[in-house]
Design a protein around this ligand. Sequence first.
Ligand code: G3P
Ligand code: MG
Length: 246
Amino acid sequence: MPHPDLPRLIAHRGLSARAPENTLAAVRAAHDAGIDWVELDVQRLGDGTAVIWHDRDVARCSNGRGRLATLDIAAARRLDAGAWFAPAFAGERMATLEEMLALLVELGMGVNLELKVNRGHDPAALAEAAVPAVMEALPFERRLVSSFDERALRVSRALAGPERLALGALFDRVPRDWQARAEAVQAVSVHANWKPLKAERAKAIKAAGFALLCYTANDPDAFAPRWEWGVDAVISDDPTRFDTAS
Ligand code: G3P
Ligand code: MG
């Protein structure tokens, strides 16, 4: 199966160590730091608008309160999504998927778009909102859609065959039946929490022909031995701390 031109390092939620996560500013910061790919979370507001946001509610990463599902785009736009991180980012807004894709196109970047299905959200509607948009904006080589949610992955696969869309099966601790689950959606990659991942499992993933991405690793020294397991890419809040030659 074809797969995208994966880099060694991917900025998690944009360069989230240095800018408010999942914002346009975080993607610009990654680009300015020389990082070509970002991982971003996408979900839907109550009015169906696809936005780049991680949590089920807005409390942690904005000056507002309440669940994403209760907001429409006008209400979401009124939130300040930057000041919580640092005063220099005051006025940063929640980005729509459309705006974010336009920025990625402008900067020539690649994206691992995570379909984030929080409790109470519809995985099919999310895939239908996000997958055609990312396919329209970016070439095959610069897009990879992943999810913890198998329904979102199945709908994504139904929307596009493996020649047109690369999918990643996302796990916390990689389960025993990982291969069947990845193959069920013709995934090209397995995305694993690096901490519980063991050498034997990592090597099996590579031996089966999948790309292996590890999140969220922020300590290059602690992570170092894992490169020898065949890890293709690290998703990090601050990939600039890593030496890609390692
Ligand atoms: O896609 C990797 C990673 O982002 C998954 O976990 O919670 O940071 O979205 P989370
Ligand atoms: Mg994510």
